[in-house]
Design a binder for this molecule. Structure first.
Ligand SMILES: *Cc1c(COP(=O)(O)O)cnc(C)c1O
Length: 390
């Protein structure tokens, strides 16, 4: 006999899937035989560098790696993380208390709310922003408060504009630079202001640094941990996914305040058993190995940025120059909305883009395109868009 199955309130309260309409149109286009150019997904098109893959195969053959890993990560992995942080940012983190391995940074980002958010706690989230900050908060009964990222502020939140009663009730704040979806960057001065804000209002500062090594024009983005006092209030999430083309491998890490790392660790001991040891060994090879692979990756995205941004501007799009990430965030033509623009582009040119509103209400007026296709494909996309009359 069938039973009545009712999903939990946290699932029932999820907003309707915003990309359902786009998915439907995409399927229709594929069925019509349209040659789709997918500038929607944020997943690198290039393979993981060979030396990292080789280390995985070597480590996968070792029986010692087949057993349960420790949830906090191998000591050798945490040492490699600490070394990388020190070389890259000039900051020392204790491998034992100030680092933790993650099954991709998304896991840690979602579990931050499990560790620190009680029902009714306010969480300050960027809008537009990576949806996990919002969803993780809601899943745990927290209340997200959107901080609008506006172009006139360089897509940085205006922390001083947050109402005092909201700041007082806020428990945790999310930042993400280089930023998905706006492709903007933050300066060390901005991070310094943010840390002072967190100190003043007793707020846990979380920085999602998934794109910290995908930047342009030689402008290396800072870590929030470079700021004085950050270690007392902040945790930073890192990922190998974008830096080393390893999205499918599920490995990342968090560094920063020992109590915050410890809280996250307490969740993890209870819900997961860490990252496959062979994957951790491969991650060590990535962090310790030749960083020329990352330099070449940046050069590739830079070439692609030229083609797409110049092309879009030439045909009349008002498109800010990305400072980092592999996204292009462009204003839609006057008189159109994010969703009407994505729909028309898909129906009339076969190009998949993402409406800015998929990342929050303040994403209205913008669409996001990705640089995870080669220059020929991006040039083809520009040619198709040129024929579109808005
Ligand atoms: C891709 C992405 C991540 C997560 O990457 P993982 O593969 O889970 O490490 C985190 N934050 C942002 C903003 C991203 O775009």
């Amino acid at each position: 006999m069938a039973i009545q199955i009712k999903k939990a309130a946290r699932i029932r309260q999820l907003p309707p899937y915003l990309f359902a309409e786009i998915d439907r149109l995409k399927k229709e286009a594929v069925a019509r035989g349209v040659d789709i150019i997918n500038l929607g997904v944020g997943d690198p098109d290039m393979p993981t560098p060979a030396h990292i893959v080789q280390e995985l195969s070597r480590a996968a053959a070792e029986p010692a790696n087949h057993r349960y890993p420790d949830y906090e990560g191998l000591e050798s992995f945490r040492r490699a993380v600490s070394g990388w942080v020190s070389r890259r940012f000039g900051v020392r983190v204790d491998p034992d208390t100030e680092t933790i391995s993650l099954i991709g940074s998304k896991e840690g980002i979602a579990n931050m709310a499990v560790a620190f958010i009680d029902p009714g706690d306010v969480v300050l989230v960027p809008d537009p922003g990576y949806p996990v900050y919002h969803v993780g908060t809601c899943f745990n009964g927290g209340v997200p408060y959107p901080m609008a990222l506006r172009r006139e502020n360089g897509f940085l939140p205006d922390l001083e504009a947050i109402p005092p009663d909201v700041a007082r009730r806020a428990k945790l704040l999310w930042l993400n630079y280089p930023n998905n979806p706006t492709a903007s960057a933050a300066s060390r001065e901005f991070f310094s202001d943010a840390v002072r804000f967190a100190e003043r209002h007793n707020i846990i500062m979380c920085h999602d640094a998934a794109y910290i090594d995908i930047y342009y024009d030689g402008l290396r983005p800072p870590s929030i941990l470079e700021v004085d006092g950050a270690r007392e209030v902040a945790i930073e999430f890192h990922s190998l996914s974008k830096t080393y083309n390893m999205t499918g491998w599920r490995v990342g890490f968090a560094v920063g305040n020992a109590e915050l790392i410890g809280g996250l660790g307490q969740v993890k001991t209870n819900v997961d058993s860490g990252v496959f040891k062979a994957v951790q060994k491969a991650a060590i090879a990535a962090l310790d190995g030749d960083q020329g692979v990352v330099e070449r990756l940046r050069a590739t995205y830079a070439e692609r940025r030229e083609v797409l941004v110049n092309g879009l501007r030439e045909i009349g799009f008002d498109c800010p120059l990305p400072a980092g990430t592999f996204y292009v965030w462009t204003a839609v033509p006057p008189g159109h909305t994010a969703s009407s623009t994505t729909k028309r582009i898909l129906e009339e040119t076969g190009i998949v883009t993402t409406p800015g509103t998929g990342f929050g209400a303040a994403g209205e007026g913008y669409i996001r395109l990705t640089l995870t296709s080669d220059t020929a494909r991006l040039a083809e996309a520009v040619e198709r868009l040129r024929l579109l009359r808005f």
